[in-house]
Design a binder for this molecule. Structure first.
Ligand code: NAD
Length: 487
């Protein structure tokens, strides 16, 4: 931690309905990626803080009013929480931008959309019904879904409030209690969100946020014996590790992990439309989304023409201050990620990929201090290169040519990931055939990066387990009890 942090705001964690300091009294700096300067101190939680939070959430589940509350009352609280988020959206967006450098305009829009998750799952809360079974024994047998207990949600830095809401809204609607652990670099918005919890009417201990490093407080949460569900969004390596830890106690787990998603452009596509989709898919959020369309597969007959259009369009993107509402591409969220992305650009060059655009810091005065990298386009990439196989999580696009749909499917599916895929064509039969054959949890046709609270989202292969959003999203947080009555 740098000198002079005494002047920075010292944030607190929210546990059991109270604002608490970390047990060991340690803090870590949270840095504004635009200025590269720290702006607040976040509690560096430890196993003792994890234990305190789990016990508070367990007490709220077992003894508090939450467990006994009629689901329609829980729904009213969730609904009210959504209204409060809407009323405070601009303030929450400003904090998120300061923490992760995402565009203010985009975050305002995103945070105004988040209340939909609380409203949607509020609507489902009192519609969770059981089943009477056609029993072959002299008995009445029925089953009913019940909550699991204490849930833990661990989220990354690219969209903290959105990603935590994808877990909290269904978990709470199902009657569980929850502890959220945001990423160490971006905890401030989740803590700010907790200022709305009491007004919404959540009883103490139902909704908690603890902060700090994954190893120091995340693992103690995951391994705590009173936790019954771990919902994780983050890298595949961390997800696989947490999966093995959760397995020791046979905990339920849902994992939303990394991707290397193909965006496939056929020659008959509306190429201008496809250019916009490809650019939004990889340079939106400065490439820091799990669904980034980082592999561009272009049919050979339009390859050169499409790349010309793509570069023209990319050149016009305004890079700079994320708080300026005109900016289209902001900085990378933190220094470590910045170094990692530059490292991948070097790797691509050394593997023989052709750098067509970008590749370094933009030569603009306002980009001098922050973690800026120009949108970067490579051509001549082969699918066996590291730049085509590993997740960069930055504004780096790898272009691979193909001749026919067979080859496109083969290249697209030749990946350990399977989160998303895009197809650009005016032939709807081809589009449907592609959607059947692509190994991905979401397939977008003539669009990209669409997500809704109504529609299941999740990964094939190493991109994850389980689904968030829609009715499937709440099933992750329920277990079935069968009851037999002798007749
Ligand atoms: P990360 O795996 O390093 O960290 C994610 C979270 O896990 C953070 O809160 C971190 O503190 C915590 N963590 C790290 N090590 C831990 C440990 N040992 N025990 C417990 N918690 C631990 O990921 P990141 O770099 O912050 O985020 C980028 C990754 O997230 C990318 O791979 C991206 O694809 C993925 N992501 C996936 C989705 C999705 O829905 N599939 C959405 C957004 C991001």
């Amino acid at each position: 931690m740098s000198d002079g942090h005494a002047a920075l705001d010292r944030l607190k964690m929210y546990v059991g309905g109270e604002w608490v300091e970390p047990a060991q009294g340690d803090y870590l700096e949270t840095v504004d990626p635009f200025t590269a300067r720290p702006w607040a101190l976040v509690p560096r939680g430890s196993a003792a803080d994890a234990d305190r939070a789990v016990k508070a959430a367990h007490k709220a589940f077992k003894e508090g009013p939450w467990g006994r509350m009629h689901p329609s009352e829980r729904a009213r609280i969730l609904y009210r929480f959504g209204e409060l988020i809407e009323a405070n959206a601009d303030a929450l967006a400003a904090t998120e931008v300061r923490d992760n450098g995402r565009l203010l305009a985009e975050m305002r829009h995103q945070i105004r959309y988040i209340p939909n998750w609380y409203r949607y799952y509020a609507g489902l809360a009192d519609k969770i019904e059981g089943v009477v079974h056609p029993c072959d024994k002299p008995a009445l047998s029925f089953s009913r879904p019940e909550p699991l207990g204490v849930c833990v949600g661990i989220v990354p830095w690219n969209a903290p409030l959105l990603l935590l809401s994808l877990k909290a809204a269904p978990a709470l609607a199902a009657g569980n209690t929850i502890i959220i652990k945001p990423a160490e670099h971006t905890s401030a918005s989740a803590l700010q969100l907790m200022t709305l919890v009491e007004d919404a009417g959540f009883p103490p201990g139902v909704f908690n946020v603890v902060t700090g490093f994954g190893k120091e407080i995340g693992e103690p949460l995951v391994t705590h014996p009173l936790v019954r569900h771990v919902g994780f969004t983050g890298s595949t390596a961390t997800g696989a590790h947490l999966y093995s830890l959760a397995a020791r106690d046979v905990k339920r787990v849902s994992l939303e992990l990394g991707g290397k998603s193909p965006n496939i452009v056929f020659a008959d596509a509306d190429l201008d439309n496809a250019v916009r989709g490809v650019v939004g898919g990889i340079f939106g959020a400065t490439g820091q989304t799990c669904i980034a369309g980082s592999r561009l597969l272009v049919q050979r007959s339009v390859h050169d023409r499409f790349l010309e259009k793509l570069i023209d369009f990319t050149r016009k993107a305004r890079v700079g201050d994320p708080t300026n509402l005109e900016t289209q591409i902001g900085p990378i969220a933190n220094r470590m990620q910045y170094d990692k992305v530059l490292g991948y650009i070097d790797i691509a060059v050394s593997e023989g990929a052709e750098l067509l655009y970008g590749g370094c810091r933009p030569e603009l005065a306002e980009c001098r201090d922050g973690f800026f990298i120009q949108p970067t386009i490579f051509s001549g990439v082969r699918n066996d290169m590291r730049i085509a196989r590993e997740e960069v999580f930055g504004p780096v696009l790898s272009t691979i040519p193909f001749d026919d749909p067979e080859e496109a499917v083969a290249i697209a599916n030749d990946s350990e990931f399977g989160l998303a895929a895009g197809v650009w064509t005016s032939d709807m039969q081809l589009a449907i055939r592609m959607s059947e054959r692509l190994e991905a949890g979401s397939v977008w046709i003539n669009t990209y990066r669409d997500i809704s609270y109504t529609t299941p989202f999740g990964g094939y292969k190493k991109s994850g387990i389980g689904r968030e959003n829609g009715v499937e999203g709440i099933r992750e947080y329920l277990q079935t009890k069968a009851v037999w009555i002798s007749t």
